[in-house]
Write a protein of this length. Structure first.
Length: 273
């Protein structure tokens, strides 16, 4: 179906309609070979509460955004490369049914469909597109997906110290490493995680210690791997005369005074003319 629809007028019109709905706030979506395969409204578990979001499945990306006027206006566009996506089916809760998690290296979140059949269709189409892309590019599936954020209402107390109660004055924070809801005292540290952001991000105290230990282990591993090379280089003498310990007078004595190094009879300045 993808090959049949690629570069057809109907596909171009459908993609143009999606671009129009996002307006100037969205990015251009039309690319050679890109096909819009389907769309639908899914409920996304957000930090504050579950909210409906419009999703568009292309053969290489997944696009979603907030609904202002259905079929007419959307905003807050997000674009996810499908080759960075892995999926995980989740059990139902009292609040949400037909759930599954969309996991990527930068962000992971939970969505739910209106019916079990709809969930199966979404997951089936997503997995088919992901498999095709990974085969085409030769890449491996995402091995370290970002942790999903625990919704604010999932807990009234800090999930680390377990005694600080949240209130209007005591704010909830999220650890970017584990996704737990934590208090300010339990998340005062920042750590650079290039996979998520170019800036240091808030992490809880436990994750901060773990990240520091991991960083130390990696540095120690690099040091050990470099030791054989350093040991091998210690046995070499400098190869350049300029780096030798011998003085200029000692080097001059090694050559007869009448030795001609350049016999072209061309002056040095001629090389620069």
């Amino acid at each position: 179906m993808v090959d049949h629809l690629a570069n057809t007028e109907i596909n171009s019109q459908r993609i143009a309609a999606v671009e129009s709905c996002f307006g100037a706030s969205g990015q251009p979506l039309a690319l050679p070979g890109r096909v819009l395969l389907g769309e639908g409204i899914l409920t996304k578990e957000c930090r504050k509460k579950p909210k409906p979001r419009i999703f568009f499945l292309f053969n290489d990306i997944l696009v979603y955004g907030s609904i202002i006027i259905n079929k007419r206006k959307y905003n807050s566009q997000h674009i996810i490369p499908l080759e960075d996506v892995t999926l995980e089916t989740l059990p139902d809760t009292l609040q949400m049914k037909n759930r599954w998690m969309i996991k990527t290296s930068k962000k992971s979140f939970v969505v739910s469909a209106a019916s079990l059949t709809e969930r199966k269709e979404w997951i089936s189409h997503l997995e088919e597109c992901i498999k095709h892309l990974l085969t085409k590019t030769g890449r491996q599936p995402c091995r370290e997906p970002a942790a999903p954020w625990i919704p604010d209402k999932a807990t009234d107390i800090c999930m680390r110290c377990t005694h600080t109660k949240f209130s209007t004055l005591t704010r909830r924070h999220h650890c970017r490493k584990c996704g737990f809801v934590v208090c300010a005292d339990c998340s005062r540290q920042r750590f650079l995680m290039p996979r998520l952001s170019p800036k240091p991000l808030r992490v809880c105290n436990l994750c901060y210690r773990q990240l520091l230990a991991e960083e130390k282990r990696e540095a120690e591993t690099e040091r050990r791997q470099a030791e054989p090379l350093r040991a091998a280089l210690q046995g070499y003498e400098p190869s350049s005369g300029d780096d030798s310990d011998k003085s200029d007078d000692e080097r001059a004595e090694q050559w007869p005074a009448d030795t001609e190094f350049y016999t072209s009879q061309v002056s040095w300045s001629s090389f620069h003319s």
